[in-house]
Structure formats: structure tokens, C-alpha cells
Design a protein around this ligand. Structure first.
Ligand code: 26Q
Length: 813
């Protein structure tokens, strides 16, 4: 692709002036950066609107089979730069801003991130929208228009403080309220059975209002729609209270309804079993099902062919109640018989699992579901009854098998297992990397895989190269355009052509110059946000992701403290050749109630303060934590990294996608044999990645044979002084016992993620990293090889696989 044909720049400039005056309402000569951002956004918005109308008409005309991607999270980030690139309006916008003496980068930075997600799962959904539009897949994303997104993270005295994220405070130019599109969503009450028919008598009702975000495709005029639902009180309720003059009650009632779409649950990977969360899940699923059925009936006039025309995808189990909802709509509202309805349902739904950790699997107490969704609970019981009859015939007399398969966990407080509902209600279930998909069928879903082996499959994650390379790294993008042409934006396999240039001195010099400039930009961000000066000539060692024990940020800290001690002990380096200067960079949020994760953040700051201010260390080692990690911060970090830390305990990280973003931007990976790291290794070759530590079967075996962390503490060189320094308060002299518990949990708490078992292997591999970094030509060749091998990790590839193998839709270019 050559970048989308560009409109005459002056045409855009004059529209910007127009919008300043008429839409933003300001004197163009006095426009602020934010007002310019708004005006430029309006120019792009107008074009997107046209494309939306055209795409919708074309899909309607073709009566296209569509995919509906249901997700509680869409971690979109900013839109302006991405939209301008997709529309071919970049040059025009730059020129228009130039007339106001403003740079695009600064103006774009005025837009708040749309942070409607926690982390990997939400960002994956956003990358998928970009790819669905770009490959021309008739598609809708459905989610919630949270008034408040992911909390903003402030660091005060080394500790995380959460602030609300009022991203809609000043409005957003990117949403299109669809005034006519509203649906009622009902909750609670009871069910009556009359003449064999179920009649749900709900206790309450809220209105779901549609707000569309239009997602432009790149190198195409196709766009995709992200339809987000806002909860509002039904107007008749408002009126009743207002008419009686009871404004207090009216306000309370209104709040109770609008609460549902108020705020994103900031839990990554661990479910919060709250009633409001269940209501959020049902709220957006019920609105989405009504919307898609309305569209389907408008185009086809019947529901009997729903499964032929509609694919509904469940992004994890968060929308799994959709299975029961579709059954309810087909049977209770459209009079269909159970058996044909069930066939439609199963052929319509598919489900992606994003985690293996048993504690992260979503379940709801039967009592709570009875209270909030009584009819759905009945439907789930019937699905379960018929499913268990089928399973009993498969393995007669094996009650343990049936208890493990059941949609209801009968141990203790009875709970509905949402993963089981998703599997039984779907025709395909996938994991997000090869290893993860294999482990799913070997471990948590083994019983289901015995019943239905063909139902389980793999779809390795991907990322959009438009945001994560073209937009985030204009320097490297320019090099690619000159060396291999423009086609990589829509066909990332084109990157293979770069491999031939890996040792070309001119290409290397340019590549290193670009990396150096990106590091300088990252260093400026670090100085601005942390006050710490770091040298762009040091090795930038980056671990950025949610803070979680299984991701093992703490293992990274152990290495840093070990290196600090070694620098003090041997100022001339381990072998007398000096130390390779390193800047270790962390970023990531901890769930607000996750104490251990917050303690790790605090330790990073405490250790950083000591190390960064130790004159004996100087530039040889710096340790920084960039606050408020999110999509926009990531766009600056990824291009500036030399080393990508992907060090989860083998078998715990489903895929990872930050690993892909970093490698695509020319970082080398130091990682365990986990998630998509394994496929990255296959793509770039063993010599171009640093893999260390126990592999999944070894982790399993060690755990089974009785893992003893104390043995490592006593025997691994250098480990004891590191743990003693942290536990003894060397980094927290004001409160020496601050990290006693953290260290004790490693030594005496079982060290569930086996940090100590991988410590020596990790430290030794870090020494290999240093050795290679001393040879810039070698390092650079390997970095270039990493970039050239990343084609397979385009989300376009992932989406084409979903389209063909799961959704059975041919993308229309
Ligand atoms: C559930 C119930 C209540 C509140 C919160 C949640 C909840 C929210 C988010 C549970 C899990 C999540 C997020 C999970 C997640 O991001 N998983 C990551 O998904 C990525 C995309 O597939 C993978 O690359 C990561 O490996 C995986 O950790």
C-alpha cells in the first residue's frame, strides 16, 4: 500500500479554520492547542462519518454475514493521529497546524486516552477493531460507554494512588450518539410459568443508549463500528418522582440506574464478584443482542437463519450471560422451541479464554444470579441438565467427571461457572497462543476436550502495526518505507525483506540512530515524570505491563539489587572490563486492592531512590518507574526499548502482547518459555532472543515434587545478600520491616511463582545480554532480525484466522 491518497493539504487547512470558528467557537487566531485538537478532529470526524454511511449501506446491501465482538473492555487510547493516518489527512493537518505555529505531536497529546480497559485483553480488542476494519470484515464491536475508565495512577512517596479518569468531562469528538437507538434492559423480579410458557416479571428496567465510535480501516475506505452502551433511567421513572416533587428520590433513582455504566472495574485477571459487575455484564449483552436481532430481522425477516448470518464472539467470559440471553429471546420472546434455538445458539457463539489461572475464572453465586437474573438462571439450569445427560452417556457412572463439567460448582456456596457456560454454548473455544491453547485442553478444560476435541483451537494474538509501528515509531517506519516499501502497513510479512539488510552498515547506522533518538525521547519522558535523568547511551531494559505476581516484576527487582551489590563490590565490572550501563524501566498499574502488587511498586521506588542517588553507581545503573502506564505512554516506551522483559513463570502468561510491540520496535527479548514468547522465538530464531528458566513441564514437575525455596536461598550465589538487603530494610531505612513480608512470602510462603528457582538462570542470561550489548554491530543485526521476523504477529493475520476458522466470514478487501 502506498499510504492512503492524500487530500490537498490546503483543503484540510481551510476546514480546520472553519471548524475553529463554527464548531469549537473560537477566534482562529487565538486558538489553543486543545481547540486546535478539537477542530482537526472535527475534520477527520466528518470524513469518517461519510465512510461509515457508505460501509453500512454496502454491508446492508450485501446482506453480509457479520461478526459481533462482545467485550467488557476496549482499551483504545487516543484516536486523532490514527484517524488522520487512516484518512490520508496527516500532511494536511500538519500544514494546518503549522499555520498556527503548532506541532502535530503536541496538539495530538491534548486528547485524553479512551482507557476503557484494564490491560492486555482490552487492548487486544482495540487492535482487533483496527484489523477488522482494515481487512474489510463486516463487524461491530459492542461494549460499555464507561463514564470513568481505568483509574489514573499517581505515585506519591513511592506508593500508588488511584484517581478517577473522567475522560468524557470535556466531551469527545469521536463518538456519534445514535439518538434513535435505545433498548430497555430488565433486571430482577420473578418468573411465572403459564401453559408451559415462561413469563419474566422483572422488578426494574434501565435504558441502554447507543454511542458509536467509528473505527477507520487503513488503506481502505471501510470502517468498523464500536457501539458502546450508556445506561440511563427510563424516562417514565424520572417523571413519576419529579411529578410528585420528590427530587431527592428522583436523583437517587436516576443514579442507581446510571451507575451501571459509570465505571470500569479496575481488576486485572481477578474477578470481582459484585452485583454491579453482573449487572454491567448483562446490561451490555442484553442491549447488544436486541440490537443485532433488530438488524437481522430488518435484513432477513426471520430468526431461523440467525446462525448463518451472525457470529457472536465472547471476549473471555465477561459477556457469557449472552448464551442464556439469546436462548431467552429466541424461546420466550420469539416462541421458538428449545432444541432449534439451542442449535442456533451454539452455532452463533464462540469464546476466547485469556487465562489459565483457576482463581481468575469467573463464577457467580447462584443466589446472586437468582436475584438479578431469575429467568437466566432457569435457562442455565436447563442447559446444564441437558448437557449433563449428554455427558453421562459419554462416560456412564463417572460422577466425578459430571461434577467437574457441571455449569454449577456445588462445593460450598453454589456458583455458576461462566467458562463452562461459554464452552457449552459455543461451537469454538480458543486460547491466545499455542502453549496456552495446549494447556487449556490439558488442564482446566481437559474434561470438555475429552467430550469435544474439535471444539478447541488456537488463535495466537497479534497487534496492529499501524498504531504500534507506523504511528508510534515514525523513524523506523521511514527506514522501512525506504528499504522495503510501504506495503508492510497492511501486509506485515513484508518485513521479511528487511532481513537481507541486517548486516548492511548503512542500514545499521540508520537503525541505531533511530533507536538513539527514540531513547532520547523516552529519557525526556522519564525526566518529566520521575525527575530522574537517565542516559540514552545506557541499555534501556523495559518491563511494562500490569503489576502481578505471576509476571514476576519482583524477579526483575532481585536482579537489579544483585547488580547494584555487584557494582559496589566490583567497580571495574565482573571481569575487569567495566559494567554495561543500564537503565531499568518499569511501568504498570496494580489493582487497587492488590496489596502485594502495590508493595512491589513501592519497592521499585525505594530501591530506585537508593541506587539512583548512590554516587558510586552513577550512570552504571538507574531504576525508574514511569507512572500512569497506558496506551499513550506505551507509544513512547515501545520504540525506545533495547531489552524487553517477558519473565512470567512458564505456563502462566496466556500470550502477552507487549512482547510483540517491543520486538516489533527492535528490542531483544529476555523471556521465559511462556505464552507467545515461544512463537516469537520461533519467528526470530534462537540466536536472536534470550530464553531462560524452567519450562512449563519442569515447573509442573518441581511443584509436584515439593518445591523448597529455602534451598535456593542457601545455595544460589548472590541470592541471599539480595533478599537480606531487601528484607532487612536497606532500601526502606525509615521503616526497616516494610518488605519483610514480601521476602518472607518468597522464602516461607511457598513462592508460588518460583522466582528463586529461575533466579540464577535469569542473572546468567542478563550477563549474556551485557556481553552482546558490548558488540553494537552484533546487537543491531539481531534487533533488525527481530523486526523482520514479526510479520506473523500482525493482528490482521489473527483476524483473518478468526474470520475463516471460527466466524466463517470471508473478509472483503
Ligand atoms: C473479571 C470480573 C470482574 C472484574 C474484572 C474481571 C477481569 C478483567 C480483566 C478479569 C480479567 C481481565 C483481563 C485479563 C487479561 O487482560 N488477560 C490477558 O489477555 C491478553 C490478551 O489475550 C494476554 O496477552 C495476556 O497474557 C493475558 O494476561
Amino acid at each position: 500500500m502506498s499510504p492512503t491518497p492524500t487530500r490537498p493539504a490546503h483543503a484540510i487547512a481551510s476546514r480546520v479554520e472553519d471548524h475553529l470558528l463554527h464548531t469549537v467557537g473560537t477566534a482562529p487566531a487565538k486558538a489553543t492547542q486543545t481547540e486546535l485538537m478539537q477542530a482537526v478532529s472535527q475534520v477527520a470526524r466528518a470524513e469518517l462519518s461519510q465512510r461509515w454511511v457508505q460501509t453500512q449501506a454496502a454491508d446492508r446491501g450485501a446482506r453480509a454475514r457479520r461478526v459481533y465482538y462482545l467485550s467488557m473492555e476496549f482499551l483504545i487510547g487516543r484516536t486523532l493521529s490514527n484517524a488522520l493516518a487512516a484518512l490520508g489527512q496527516q500532511d494536511g493537518a500538519t500544514e494546518a497546524l503549522g499555520a498556527h505555529a503548532q506541532a502535530m505531536e503536541d496538539v495530538a497529546a491534548c486528547e485524553p486516552d479512551a482507557a476503557l480497559g484494564n490491560g492486555g485483553l482490552g487492548r487486544l480488542a482495540a487492535c482487533f477493531l483496527d484489523s477488522m476494519a482494515t481487512v474489510g470484515l463486516p463487524s461491530f464491536g459492542y461494549g460499555i460507554r464507561y463514564e470513568y475508565g481505568m483509574f489514573a495512577q499517581e505515585i506519591r512517596q513511592g506508593a500508588q494512588i488511584e484517581h478517577p479518569d473522567p475522560w468524557l468531562e470535556d466531551g469527545t469528538p469521536w463518538e456519534f450518539p445514535r439518538w434513535g437507538v435505545t433498548y430497555p434492559v430488565r433486571f430482577g423480579g420473578w418468573v411465572e410459568h403459564v401453559d408451559g410458557k415462561a413469563i419474566w416479571r422483572p422488578a426494574g428496567e434501565v435504558e441502554a443508549k447507543a454511542y458509536d465510535m467509528v473505527i477507520p480501516g487503513h488503506g481502505t475506505t471501510k470502517v468498523s463500528t464500536l457501539r458502546l452502551w450508556k445506561a440511563t433511567a427510563p424516562s417514565h421513572i424520572d417523571l413519576n418522582a419529579f411529578n410528585t416533587g420528590d427530587y431527592q428520590r428522583a436523583a437517587t433513582a436516576k443514579n442507581e440506574y446510571e451507575n451501571i455504566s459509570w465505571v470500569l472495574y479496575p481488576n486485572d485477571s481477578t474477578p470481582a464478584g459484585r452485583e454491579l459487575r453482573l449487572k454491567q455484564e448483562y446490561f451490555f449483552v442484553a442491549a447488544s443482542v436486541q440490537d443485532l436481532i433488530h438488524r437481522h430481522l430488518g435484513e432477513h425477516g426471520t430468526l431461523t437463519n440467525l446462525a448463518d448470518r451472525v457470529a457472536i464472539h465472547l471476549n473471555d467470559t465477561h459477556p457469557a450471560i449472552g448464551v442464556a440471553e439469546l436462548m431467552r429471546v429466541l424461546c420466550d420472546e420469539h416462541g421458538m422451541d428449545w432444541t432449534p434455538a439451542w442449535a442456533i445458539c451454539r452455532n452463533t457463539f464462540s469464546y476466547t479464554n485469556h487465562t489459565l489461572m483457576p482463581e481468575a475464572l469467573e463464577t457467580w453465586p447462584v443466589g446472586l444470579m437468582q436475584h438479578v437474573l431469575p429467568r437466566h438462571l432457569e435457562i442455565i439450569f436447563r442447559i446444564n441438565k441437558e448437557f449433563l445427560e449428554f455427558a453421562a452417556a459419554f462416560r456412564p457412572g463417572d460422577d466425578g467427571f459430571l461434577a467437574r463439567l457441571s455449569l454449577i460448582d456445588e462445593q460450598g456456596e453454589r456458583r455458576v461457572r461462566m467458562a463452562h457456560l461459554s464452552i457449552v454454548g459455543s461451537h469454538k473455544v480458543n486460547g491466545v497462543s499455542k502453549l496456552h491453547s495446549d494447556l487449556l485442553v490439558q488442564t482446566i478444560f481437559a474434561d470438555f476436550a475429552a467430550l469435544w476435541p474439535e471444539r478447541f483451537t488456537n488463535m495466537t494474538n497479534g497487534i496492529t502495526p499501524r498504531r504500534w509501528l507506523s504511528q508510534a515509531n515514525p523513524g523506523l517506519s521511514g527506514l522501512l518505507d525506504r528499504q522495503i516499501g510501504h506495503g508492510w502497513r497492511r501486509d506485515l510479512d513484508e518485513l521479511h525483506k528487511l532481513a537481507a539488510h541486517r548486516s548492511d552498515p548503512a542500514v545499521q547506522a540508520e537503525f541505531m540512530g533511530i533507536k538513539r533518538a527514540n531513547k532520547a525521547r523516552l529519557a525526556a519522558l522519564i525526566a518529566r515524570t520521575t525527575g530522574v535523568q537517565v542516559s540514552p547511551d545506557s541499555l534501556f531494559d523495559v518491563q511494562v505491563k500490569r503489576i502481578h505476581e505471576y509476571k514476576r516484576q519482583l524477579l526483575n527487582v532481585l536482579h537489579v539489587v544483585g547488580r547494584y551489590q555487584a557494582i559496589l563490590a566490583n567497580p571495574n565490572g565482573p571481569d575487569g572490563r567495566g559494567w554495561v550501563p543500564r537503565t531499568v524501566i518499569f511501568a504498570g498499574k496494580a489493582a487497587s486492592s492488590y496489596h502485594t502488587a502495590k508493595s512491589i511498586i513501592r519497592l521499585i521506588h525505594d530501591a530506585g531512590r537508593v541506587i539512583n542517588n548512590d554516587p558510586r553507581v552513577g550512570d552504571l545503573l538507574k531504576l525508574v518507574f514511569i507512572p500512569n502506564y497506558g496506551v499513550s505512554v506505551a507509544e513512547t516506551i515501545m520504540p525506545g526499548a533495547d531489552l524487553s522483559e517477558q519473565i512470567s513463570t512458564a505456563g502462566t502468561e496466556a500470550s502477552g502482547t507487549g512482547n510483540m510491540k517491543l520486538a516489533l520496535n527492535g528490542a531483544l527479548t529476555i523471556g521465559t518459555d511462556d505464552g507467545a514468547n515461544i512463537e516469537i522465538r520461533q519467528a526470530v530464531g534462537d540466536e536472536n532472543i534470550f530464553i531462560f528458566g524452567l519450562k512449563t513441564p519442569q515447573v509442573q514437575a518441581l511443584r509436584a515434587s515439593g518445591y523448597q525455596p529455602m534451598r535456593y536461598y542457601e545455595s544460589e550465589p548472590g541470592l541471599k545478600p539480595v533478599l537480606d538487603a531487601i528484607a532487612g530494610g536497606q532500601f526502606s531505612p525509615d521503616e526497616p520491616g516494610r518488605y519483610r513480608g514480601l521476602v518472607d512470602s518468597l522464602l516461607w510462603g511457598g513462592d508460588h511463582y518460583m522466582l528463586l528457582a529461575d533466579y540464577t538462570s535469569y542473572v546468567n542470561t542478563q550477563a549474556e545480554v551485557d556481553a552482546l550489548y558490548r558488540k553494537p554491530t552484533e546487537w543491531c543485526a539481531r534487533a533488525i532480525t527481530n523486526v523482520s521476523g514479526m510479520g506473523v504477529f500482525s493482528a490482521d493475520r489473527t483476524i483473518r484466522e478468526y474470520a475463516r476458522q471460527i466466524w466463517r466470514i470471508e473478509p472483503k478487501p
